[in-house]
Design a protein around this ligand. Structure first.
Ligand SMILES: [Zn+2]
Length: 422
């Protein structure tokens, strides 16, 4: 064990072996592990329970100039559940096969990132580097079930205000080729339920304004909109993250019997559930008008409600999208630091799914989603999630380069661009 990289891999394996799968994550064991790592690195640490039994670990590497706004490196400690029998190796065993692939839940999403941050700091400390700007690391619970009791609570806390965070790094996705991927925004979920009511009647009778007919008119209209968005995606005019996706997820209607449904009765109620995802640059207000006027108009005896509706703008009313050009020094630094480590990072895109980064962007703080994983099949939430140890070690070097660049960056940036303009 004199080879430092084998020690780095062992520590990663140790973290992977802690079963933090939802719905019963072993958060305290993960917390103890992170705290012990922080101790060996002499980082300041605190454990916060915004919600009981859901510890959030906050680590601090103080910069020499405490007046400079800080950088936050975020990761979540929970992972998604596994179907044990579908895995070739124990998902909590962290087995390394002959190709050097490490198998475990969390190798991609995102225990890798959480440990790589620490390993990068270890390398920087060993080299004698001292930060000018303060670096924070947060290990948050519950991302996989929405992050409400984790990152959202942190982002909305007084503590976060005190941390004076100028920029956040959070998770991205593995790249199938040799270039890293990055994300600068996310689509906002709008979970819509539309309901139609109408006079019930005999199944043999033709009459207007039945609940089913009213709902089906809406479904046609929704499908037309869906097709127009899908066409832009198919034609390559927009990416996954740039279209408004609209998918029917359930239909509920009919009068049930023990074996099925009454066949000669037109029901008085019908409803549909729709998962809508709206890019940060889309006009959410006009979509809401469309819903009220075309998809669930009162004139057709329809009502609607949102099970979830996340705004596409931050709390200052600006699109929750992080700039990825010269106007954002954090992006410029990231791009260069990654290049210095021998890899290229692609221009960021709007992410297809959601991560905790949205809670920080919601506060007006720029955030980039980035996981230094290249040459790797996308196996997030899939069976046999794995990561090659070479790729993992390369990612540590990439983070060392990034963290060094961020911690050395001594310019007086505003902690929060939106705040500055207020
Ligand atoms: Zn994740």
């Amino acid at each position: 064990m004199t080879d430092p990289s084998s020690a780095i891999i062992s520590r990663f394996q140790e973290y992977l072996r802690i079963n933090t799968a939802q719905p019963n994550p072993n958060y305290y064991e993960a917390a103890d592990f992170i705290l012990s790592q922080a101790n060996t690195l002499s980082l300041e640490s605190q454990t916060i329970e915004f919600v009981k039994n859901k510890p959030l670990i906050l680590l601090k590497w103080p910069g020499k100039n405490p007046n400079l706004p800080s950088v936050l490196l975020n990761s979540h400690t929970d992972v998604v559940p596994v179907e044990f029998q579908k895995w070739v190796h124990d998902p909590f065993g962290a087995h390394i096969d002959s190709d050097g692939d490490i198998y475990a839940r969390g190798t991609q999403d995102m225990k890798s990132v959480g440990m790589q941050y620490l390993e990068a700091i270890r390398k920087l400390k060993d080299s004698g580097f001292e930060p000018i700007r303060t670096i924070y690391l947060s290990y948050v619970p519950d991302e996989e079930i929405g992050g409400r009791d984790g990152a959202e609570k942190l982002a909305e806390s007084d503590l976060f205000e005190e941390m004076n965070v100028a920029f956040v790094l959070d998770e991205g996705l593995p790249s199938p080729d040799e270039k890293y991927l990055a994300y600068n925004g996310e689509r906002s979920p709008m979970w819509l339920v539309i309901k139609a009511t109408g006079a019930p009647g005999h199944g043999a009778k033709l009459y207007d304004n039945t609940a089913m007919e009213n709902l089906m008119k809406s479904v046609e209209s929704i499908r037309g909109f869906r097709a127009s968005q899908f066409d832009m995606l198919k034609a390559g005019l927009k990416t996954d993250g740039e279209v408004i996706s609209v998918n029917l997820v359930y239909l509920r209607a009919g009068t049930q019997t023990p074996n099925g449904f009454v066949m000669n009765l037109q029901p008085s109620e019908a409803e549909a559930g729709i998962d809508i995802r709206v890019p940060p640059t889309a006009d959410q207000k006009s979509l809401e008008r469309r819903i009220a006027e075309e998809w669930a108009p009162a004139s057709r005896n329809m009502t609607f409600e949102f099970k979830q509706k996340v705004p596409v703008v931050d709390k200052f009313g600006k699109p929750a999208l992080t700039a990825a050009d010269d106007s954002n020094p954090w992006w410029v630094l990231l791009e260069k630091a990654v290049r210095d480590s021998g890899v290229i990072v692609r221009k960021p895109e709007v992410s297809f799914g959601t991560t905790d980064a949205r809670y920080f962007r919601q506060q007006g703080v720029p955030a980039i989603g980035f996981s230094p994983i290249a040459n790797t099949p996308l196996l997030l939430h899939d069976h046999n999630e794995h990561l090659n140890q070479r790729e993992y070690l390369k990612g540590v070097d990439t983070y060392a380069s990034i963290i060094k660049a961020y911690a050395s960056f001594a310019e007086e940036t505003e902690a929060n661009a939106s705040k500055a303009e207020l």
